[in-house]
Ligand binder design. Structure first.
Ligand SMILES: *[C@@H]1O[C@H](CO)[C@@H](O)[C@H](O)[C@H]1NC(C)=O
Ligand SMILES: *[C@@H]1O[C@H](CO)[C@@H](O)[C@H](O)[C@H]1NC(C)=O
Ligand SMILES: *[C@@H]1O[C@H](CO)[C@@H](O)[C@H](O)[C@H]1NC(C)=O
Length: 642
């Protein structure tokens, strides 16, 4: 009897192996982004065309990532400040051997044997070339050619794709699939499929105002309500001139934006004569990043000039590092930058795997393009400020989640990541608002009205998002007189994510906001579920900054100014911690949300957008100025005590 049962079981197992049930496939991703900009073409696709396929493997321990980060970032943790080494980071998050093995055996079952695919150095990607027909069979999908209504560009994409059910947990996402990844230049030369710029580029968060009259060469503290200078900021946020060179501070810029040394020099000589003429940032070029000077104007020099003039002057003699990212041909995205400072994230491992539609592809085959790909070549600075952003609605959720987890890892390494929160209030870049609630489908209204459009990475819970304030007109600057939300030229970006859940550190602050100051808008305008991340976290002045720009003094506005200023203050705190034998502060949010008292609460002003008045600044945290503007002396005291 027993023998018979064993025999039957064995037979059954053998049958299963021989004939896997087709029904075991499940849909992995389905397109929810807009189709109205893309027309599906009926013309036949050559099924023999070669497609470069990338499978993003799920990393191990990411579900513990939040707890790991809190362990080194929460002020009550005995391990506060005990940041991780790069080796520990890599060992902890690399995909499980089982993940790699099961994806490999699935590929082999489908005729894509070991010799044809490559696992990236970081072991987070499996990459191979296959014909359209092979990929269609592998992913149970149909590819089509789509034409962009705007540009006429052609892309290879599908509507959805499936993977075997047992592999779902091992795969983040696969490209090219639903994201209009691959440009169609159907030839057998696989490189030609991916030769181009990304569909969306990160946008700067800066606007220019009038040029300050050349007679206004002195800017006394009494004029800080119309001209912001480093001296004004030192009074407002109660911080001293720099004296040390013991930490590191990085500013990220994306080519073709570039600073001009003459503009920096003009700024120093006018406003910060203690910085010697010729003082330049440490130049870290990434993926062919260059300081182009063939074209000069505000749109190409304004962002870099602003960021570097203020960062360099506020932390001098601390040296500032410039991460100049992207070549002149295809530019770069945040992922290209992240690859360069974390080899374990690097999508390529020396190869050429990218999320093609969203990141730039290196090596860049264009004439004059950068012929390599930079992977883990620089150590991340202790504080990194970026004044560029996307709209959440521009990017697929899986892509944003993967990038957000990379910010989590940088926090584990002890880096403070700052992003400006946007300049269009509750609207997205250029004032874009969505057609559908929750920005579902990612379709924008033409008329500037519609659903609020949150910014990314502002909504990633593992960065610190910086909004903008302004000095109240006619008031003198002091360290105790609060400013108001910025309403001059720009409006502070803020709101609630449609993608990221609310992090524990923010629960009380957001709950208090809804309890005491519930906005009247409905779910038709924004995600009012109270279960998603609110932003920004903090703010700093973003109006009337005097800068040197294209040989003149100009005035600029934007959260672009707020982020490098806030980063300078954190850098000065890191230096004092260094003097006291302590490491960098790392991820800020768990500490600052427990210390509202270290911030000047901003309680007036709004962030209009999408045809509404936006949110209003109120007592406590709010979705336009966060916790408020920093008081350096108070923050320093807190950070020297932990
Ligand atoms: C700080 O720098 C300013 C110039 O911006 C200078 O006027 C001031 O004296 C300096 N303060 C100290 C304490 O060195
Ligand atoms: C700061 O330190 C860096 C690296 O140690 C050094 O290259 C630089 O010259 C220093 N800057 C100043 C102003 O002392
Ligand atoms: C808010 O976002 C969450 C997370 O994406 C989603 O589950 C929920 O349906 C959204 N709610 C509203 C009212 O948009």
């Amino acid at each position: 009897m027993k023998l018979t049962v064993a025999y039957l079981v064995a037979t059954f197992v053998a049958l299963c192996v021989a004939a896997p049930a087709p029904s075991s496939y499940v849909v992995h991703e389905k397109r929810e982004t807009q189709l109205d900009k893309w027309i599906k073409r009926d013309s036949k696709l050559n099924k023999d065309s070669i497609v470069p396929v990338s499978i993003g493997l799920t990393q191990r321990n990411l579900d513990n990532g939040h707890d790991f980060l809190m362990d080194v970032s929460h002020p009550d943790s005995p391990n506060f400040g005990k940041h991780w080494s790069m080796d520990k980071l890599k060992a902890t998050f690399a995909p499980a051997p089982e993940t790699i093995a099961s994806v490999k055996s699935w590929l082999a079952e489908n005729g894509i044997e070991d010799g044809r695919h490559k696992v990236s150095q970081s072991e987070t990607w499996v990459k191979f070339d296959a014909t359209v027909a092979e990929v269609e069979a592998l992913l149970r999908t149909d590819y089509n050619i789509y034409t962009s209504k705007d540009s006429g560009e052609e892309r290879l994409a599908c509507e959805d794709y499936s993977v075997p059910a047992h592999l779902k947990q091992h795969i983040d996402f696969i490209t090219p699939t639903i994201h209009f990844d691959a440009v169609v230049k159907i030839t057998k030369k696989k490189r030609d499929l991916v030769t181009r710029s990304p569909r969306v580029r990160p946008s700067t968060q800066i606007k220019s105002g009038q040029v300050a009259a050349q007679s206004d060469l002195s800017f006394p503290l009494s004029t800080c309500d119309t001209y912001i200078t480093p001296d004004c900021l030192r009074v407002l946020y109660n911080f001293p001139n720099g004296t040390l060179n013991k930490s590191s501070y990085g500013i990220v810029e994306y080519t073709p934006q570039a600073y001009l040394q003459d503009d920096l020099n003009l700024f120093y000589s006018t406003l910060t004569p203690y910085v010697p003429q010729g003082t330049a940032p440490i130049f870290d070029s990434i993926d062919g990043g260059v300081l182009q000077t063939t074209e000069e104007d505000f749109s190409l020099n304004g962002e870099s000039d602003l960021d570097l003039e203020y960062a360099i002057s506020l932390v001098y003699p601390q040296k500032v590092t410039l991460y100049q990212t992207g070549d002149l041909e295809v530019g770069a995205s945040f992922n290209n930058f992240l690859d360069a400072i974390d080899g374990s994230y690097c999508t390529s491992g020396g190869g050429d795997v990218t999320v093609d539609d969203l990141d730039s592809t290196y090596p860049d085959p264009a004439a004059g393009g950068y012929k390599s790909k930079d992977c883990g070549i620089y150590k991340p600075a202790a504080v990194i400020s970026t004044s560029y952003a996307y709209n959440e609605a521009d990017l697929p959720a899986a892509y944003m989640v993967r990038q957000c987890n990379e910010y989590l890892k940088l926090g584990l390494l002890g880096t403070t990541i700052l992003y400006s929160s946007g300049d269009y209030g509750v609207a997205g870049n250029s004032g874009q608002c969505c057609v559908n609630p929750g920005c579902e489908g990612g379709t924008y209204n033409d008329g500037g009205s519609g659903t609020f459009n949150p910014s990314f990475p502002g909504t990633c819970p593992y960065i610190t998002s910086v909004g903008a304030t302004q000095v109240k007109s006619g008031t003198a600057v002091t360290a105790t007189q609060p400013e108001e939300a910025c309403e001059t030229v720009i409006y502070s970006g803020g709101g609630f994510s449609n993608v990221f859940p609310i992090p524990a550190y923010q629960l009380l602050a957001v709950e208090a906001y809804f309890l005491l100051h519930k906005p009247t808008y409905t779910s038709a305008q924004y995600n009012n579920s109270r279960v998603t991340r609110g932003f920004p976290d903090v703010s700093a002045n973003g109006a009337n900054y005097v800068i040197g720009i294209n040989g003149q003094l100009g005035l600029v506005y934007g959260t672009s100014a707020s982020s490098p200023t806030f980063g300078s203050i954190i850098t000065l705190i890191n230096e004092q911690r260094a003097v006291n034998g302590k490491g960098s502060v790392g991820f800020l949010n768990p500490v600052i949300y427990l210390n509202h008292g270290a911030f000047n609460d901003i309680t007036s002003g709004g962030n209009q957008g999408c045809g509404t008045a936006g949110f209003t600044a109120v007592a406590g945290w709010d979705p336009l100025t966060g916790l408020g503007t920093p008081n350096y002396q108070k923050l320093l005291k807190i950070y020297l005590a932990i």
